[in-house]
Design a protein around this ligand. Structure first.
Ligand code: HPA
Length: 269
């Protein structure tokens, strides 16, 4: 039984390193239906995550379970297609295990993507938003438990959790920025929860990414998160209901646009 600790990660890391031809500087995590980023990767080297010892396997729709190493704009990158979520019943340690391995691999920049509901009424479905901060409403934290100092210090700073230089670059591309509120899921939020998150200062609601952002920061990686607005959050359009299929359908449309933004960003890194 994997406990997703440091020793387990070393085993996964050794396996992954054998397959990698070069050391990646940038890791990209693609969320629900956002796997198209693979289109902009050259010199591809593909691995099935089922082959990697200890790797947590996703059960969520739209998460393909592949790792693709290669190049984007001449930079060595590694794409993790699909993630595991807390709502799938995985522990926070499992959810953040791939992030840990990216840190141990020596990745410097961690780019995560996700699907989110818009709380901010100036955002539109299909739009891509640069996350500038988050509110963790998941009720837990991936760093809870005895601290392993080989990985991170006990109380990591989160003052600049979303790298300010990268955010400035994304703003210069014309992207809006927003605050992401992470809920546990898997039910969508109620209108009252969305209203609460808005009052607290959130622009987006989602069910992922924040655990990875906490761990990536704790390991000293520069973090960037791009959220694709899949839908207006519950209650924003009072006559509407939400479906997981609607989220995947919108993501299919945004996926290509997101790939182009990521390539443009990577060019500047
Ligand atoms: N809420 C939470 N997560 C989501 C949503 C939403 O409205 N849309 C896509 N992921």
């Amino acid at each position: 039984m994997t406990s997703f600790n440091y020793e387990d990660a070393q085993v996964s890391l050794e396996f992954l390193k054998k397959f990698l031809r070069v050391q990646p500087e940038i890791a990209i995590v693609s969320g629900s239906g956002l796997g198209d980023i693979a289109e902009v990767i050259s010199d591809k080297n593909i691995i099935d995550v089922n082959d990697i010892p200890n790797w947590p396997i996703s059960t969520a729709p739209g998460h393909s379970g592949k790792i693709i190493a290669g190049q984007i704009e001449g930079k060595n990158i590694i794409l993790l297609q699909g993630r595991v979520h807390y709502y799938e019943g995985y522990s926070m340690k499992a959810v953040t295990f791939p992030t840990r391995i990216m840190g141990m691999l020596g990745v410097k920049v961690f780019i995560a993507t996700n699907a989110a509901g818009a709380i901010n009424t100036s955002f539109l479905p299909g739009e891509i938003i640069a996350v500038r901060d988050h509110i963790n409403l998941m009720g837990t934290n991936p760093l809870i438990g005895p601290n392993d100092s080989r990985w991170n210090e006990r109380f990591p700073d989160m003052s600049h959790a979303y790298n300010p230089e990268i955010l400035a670059t994304l703003s210069s591309f014309g992207l809006k920025t927003g605050v992401y509120a992470a809920f546990m899921g898997p039910s969508f939020e109620t209108p009252a929860e969305v209203k609460m998150a808005g009052i607290l200062g959130a622009d987006l609601a989602g069910m992922s990414t924040v655990p990875e952002v906490i761990v990536a920061n704790s390991m000293g990686m520069k973090v960037c998160v791009l959220s694709c607005v899949a839908n207006m959050a519950a209650g924003i359009e009072p006559d509407k209901t939400l479906t997981g299929q609607e989220v995947l359908d919108t993501m299919k449309i945004s996926s290509h646009k997101l790939a182009i933004i990521i390539a443009k960003l990577i060019k500047t890194l």
